[in-house]
Design a protein around this ligand. Structure first.
Ligand SMILES: NC(=O)c1ccc[n+]([C@@H]2O[C@H](COP(=O)([O-])OP(=O)(O)OC[C@H]3O[C@@H](n4cnc5c(N)ncnc54)[C@H](O)[C@@H]3O)[C@@H](O)[C@H]2O)c1
Length: 319
């Protein structure tokens, strides 16, 4: 056992549970705090009987000192890293209910930071988002690009980044704010707006249904495999870098190319149906990943086709 305790907020979710797998495989002592609003216990099933694993069902809208009181935590090494992933991830619902988005995504982050400062946590790794950039034609987008979020979700992620930076300067709290682009992989909910297109295509392909494409399918995204994101989160925790960092591959993939790749993997061509363009959809997205490569040495990421195959295998098993 590593004498290092780590807290993962949102650890029952899609990315959080992949991170928990990696941390547990590397013998960290892991505490997950999650309210199971979108996360699922079955994502953590593998670890429930492990002495190095603890789960607390709690809501980050409440101060963490109470949720993580010594009485609830029991024995174990003190927490030295916090991976803060818990969030409302749905951009559309951030328009429908901006207050709830603010409470979870901004005030929840404040609660996590207050706890980090009070309990002497060494580093916070926060999952920010490419949504802070808004729509831009300056591609690939670098970290110094002026942010212009277009949704309450993007705004609250940006405000959280700024708050962490203030805590860094004021209280010497070390942090990395990872601006995730489009993460995909096993355990992803098809309704996820980031890379839901991948699991949606796969669902359709498995069910021999037509693939639905918004607009002409030429819109692009920068897709990164969830296993790579878990690795990047751990590397970020161990690094001395404080600040924002893009998390992506630097490769643009169009929705049409994605459809073709899913067809190849499923072994069958599918009918494609083009739907009207979605209002407000960003047309092109691709990240400058120089910082990720220089600071974290993340020069290689999982090949898109390999990641898609893994995801397809997982979806097949779920059926
Ligand atoms: N999936 C992507 O492509 C992507 C892209 C950019 C940023 N992100 C960020 O990465 C993080 C993880 O996203 P994900 O895709 O795994 O989503 P997810 O919905 O699977 O995970 C979020 C987790 O947070 C938990 N949670 C939500 N509200 C909570 C609360 N009030 N208290 C405690 N737990 C709460 C949920 O139950 C869930 O387990 C989020 O911060 C998200 O904004 C994801």
């Amino acid at each position: 056992m590593k004498e290092q305790g780590v807290l993962v907020t949102g650890g029952a979710g899609f990315i959080g549970s992949a991170l928990v797998d990696l941390l547990m495989e590397n013998k960290y002592t892991v505490l997950v705090l999650d309210d199971l609003s979108t996360g699922r216990m079955e994502n953590l099933e593998r670890w429930l009987d492990d002495d190095n694993f603890r789960f607390i069902n709690g809501d980050i809208r409440h101060p963490l000192d109470g949720l993580l009181s010594p009485a609830r935590m029991g024995s174990g090494p003190p927490i030295s890293w916090i991976f803060h992933l818990a969030a409302r991830v749905d951009v559309t619902s951030s328009f429908n209910d901006p207050r709830s988005d603010l409470e979870v995504n901004y005030l929840g982050t404040m609660n996590v930071l207050d706890h980090a400062v009070r309990s002497g946590v060494k580093k916070v790794v926060f999952t920010s988002s490419a949504a802070i950039y808004g729509d831009t034609s300056d591609l690939p987008i670098g970290e110094s690009h002026p942010p212009e979020p277009l949704s309450p979700y993007g705004l609250h992620k940006l405000a959280s980044e700024r708050l962490i930076d203030i805590y860094h300067k004021q209280y010497n709290l070390r942090y990395t704010a990872l601006r995730l682009f489009n993460v995909f992989g096993p355990r992803q909910d098809p309704s996820n707006q980031y890379s839901g297109v991948i699991s949606k295509f796969m669902q359709k392909a498995l069910g021999a249904e037509p693939l639905m494409i918004y607009g002409n399918g030429a819109q692009t995204r920068d897709f990164i495999y969830v296993g790579d994101v878990a690795e990047i989160l751990v590397r970020a925790a161990g690094s001395s870098y404080n600040g924002p960092m893009n998390v992506a591959t630097g490769t643009e993939t169009s929705v049409n190319d994605l459809a073709a790749a899913v067809e190849r993997i499923s072994g069958k061509e599918r009918k494609r149906v083009n739907l009207p363009e979605r209002k407000g959809e960003i047309f092109r997205s691709v990240a400058d990943v120089a910082l990720l490569q220089e600071v974290l040495g993340m020069n290689e990421t999982t090949d898109l086709r390999e990641g898609l195959r893994e995801t397809y295998r997982w979806m097949e098993k779920q059926r």
